[in-house]
Ligand binder design. Sequence first.
Ligand SMILES: *Cc1c(COP(=O)(O)O)cnc(C)c1O
Length: 358
Amino acid sequence: MKKMIAEDTDIKVEKIAQSRISQVDFDNIKFGKEFSDHMFVMDYIDGEWQDMRIMPFQNLTLNPAVSVIHYGQSIFEGMKAYRNESDDVYLFRPEMNIKRFNVSAERLCMPQVPENVFEEALVKLLDMDREWIPQSDSASLYIRPFMFATDEYIGVRPSESYRFMIFTCPVGSYYSGAVKVKVERHYTRSTPGGTGFAKAAGNYAGALYPAQQAKAKGYDQLIWTDAIEHKYIEESGTMNIVFKSGNKILSPKPSETILAGITRDSVMQLAKDWGYDVEERRISLDELREMLEKGELDEAFGAGTAATIAPIKTIGFEDQDFDLSSYDKWEFAPRAFKELEALKRGNGEDVHQWNMKF
Ligand SMILES: *Cc1c(COP(=O)(O)O)cnc(C)c1O
């Protein structure tokens, strides 16, 4: 197991006068609405990161012309921390989030965040708000690193100044039942040459309307298809998608239009470890429909940090809905879910060295 050691940095610390933790009902946490005591902040000015600080979670004051509001130069990450009974804190493959953040930054013309600074900010912040990390089999601490453009200028050009921040929220188990998804053949989330591989804020804004249309028709989520032909499967909502058919585990390969999810990558590795035939490739709607018609699609699920695994119960095409067997009869997704949830809390054998502990 890798150990993450916070080195001495120039991070200034201002502690909250009185922790808010006693006001939180940890048995009924609303996703994304409770914020831990502290946040990390630093500013990119004159070509360098400055003024690294941890301070009480609080509102921002912004000039109305600040360019992120107008042109959306903004990126984010999503990760989770876990704490076991021995008070060890675990992060699951955090180096992947840090790398991906910098991939997103490059696409949006934003500065790189040095990996060691990102890591130290994470460790220091989490260490200070250790008590906020639930010690539970189902709950965890959701971590939201993000960066946005702060030039006070309404011309369209890359900003020269940026703010990078991290705040955290304790979250309960996300599971809210298997989802009904609709294959989307008109709207697109992501196009070749676009920003779909980045966690860029605008991608999510653009996906709201199509998702709302699907909700009005009784679906929970969309299955996105490629922008050119609307023939190949890309993702499900804001998660990657994985299918099981017989001994095969299938998933569209991450690309310029398909975000490279860390959960998906881990699930596919487990599938390999467990002897499934793993296929990461283009999957057409015709192929999916044929599997459904022949009763050969055993399992289908979304994979992402928030839910880990979100089982799909119904897949809707324009003319027909297909139901899958119920989750309690599935073999792979429940096993992958259990294994990942255990590994992330330091239980089980971490053969791939996925965890960082401190
Ligand atoms: C964040 C995200 C995912 C899942 O990535 P994880 O690293 O598994 O959390 C998948 N698709 C999209 C579009 C995303 O934004």
